[in-house]
Ligand binder design. Sequence first.
Ligand code: NAD
Length: 358
Amino acid sequence: MHSFVFDQPAQRVIFGPGTLAVLRDEVTRLGARRVVVITTPYEIRFAEDAARRLGDLSAGIYPEVATQHVPAELLARAKERVRTLGADCYLAIGGGSTIGVAKAMALETELPIVAVPTTYAGSEMTSIYGITEGGVKKTGRDRKVLPKTVIYDANLTLTLPPQISGPSGVNAMAHCVEALYAQDANPIISLIAEEGIRALARSLPLVVAQPDNLEARSDAQYGAWLGGAALGAVGMSIHHKLCHTLGGSFNLPHAETHAVILPHAAAYNREAAPEAMRRIAGALGGAADAPEELFDMIKRIGAPTALKSIGMPADGLDRAAKLATDNPYYSPRPIEYQAVRELLDRAFEGRRPTRKGL
Ligand code: NAD
């Protein structure tokens, strides 16, 4: 057994369909009296329901998170509006974009966040924040932005359409995959990551085929929770670096980018991280090869497999490879420009990452 550090952050998780009912109690527990509900124009009905449940503890709704990756201009507007509402707590109800705005505000104000996630992105479980300025997304870690309380109520995910559910679930799976070959991997997080892959692999096909299957939704949310916990606890690698680059600098949609890149990032590390590959393949149902099975599963659930189909310009591939290799994250296989450029080529075309010689 190798040496490791396991750092357990203090966070309260309430899990289960119908748990939004305890929202007011949870906010009271934090001592908050003026909660501002942050959401997008599309999730406004969830926010209105939450504000009703909060009653006199609600200080208003800020429903204008319309863009991903927390653009600095959007953040400035949100800060100003939320400040005038006199918030002492943020309730972020929505996907990673909504939670991201609450985190970026908390970085400055240090106000507590209650997160009610409605996708599988996992941001609610991490102290990672990101802000995009001048076409570059900068991320950092700070415990101030870690939501104090997370309420996972699968009822709020029933409306997530299959074309968002599938890629979003793969986003959660990507956190688990990279946790297994993280530089600072540890035995607890590796178990969490393996279980996360298992839960997502069994639930995602059901979720996309039967979007109103509450049991499958709850199972997928369980996988998303585990994915978020893995992302929050250990460092990520080439996959996340590429996705941040493609999202922040080419404005590609977050979850779909994860879906396209994951099999190729795993294939990049196939030979360098054999134990991780064995565990991933096992959790995917005993597949012969982890990257190949990831690709096949992503295809089966109807998620995108080619960068060219999600808005990536062919003439941006050189720049993407350069940005991703300039300040690389740790990777079991060292990051080299030419190899990453070839990875991007395969991902652009949507080629199956087949093992050599097959
Ligand atoms: P998102 O929040 O942008 O949501 C995707 C789409 O789904 C949006 O159109 C949204 O309106 C819609 N949607 C959300 N919930 C819905 C529901 N229940 N029913 C119907 N539609 C719904 O996307 P995301 O993938 O959840 O988050 C992406 C962002 O989060 C990116 O900026 C990414 O960098 C960030 N992120 C951060 C972390 C972190 O740890 N800091 C982790 C994961 C993702």
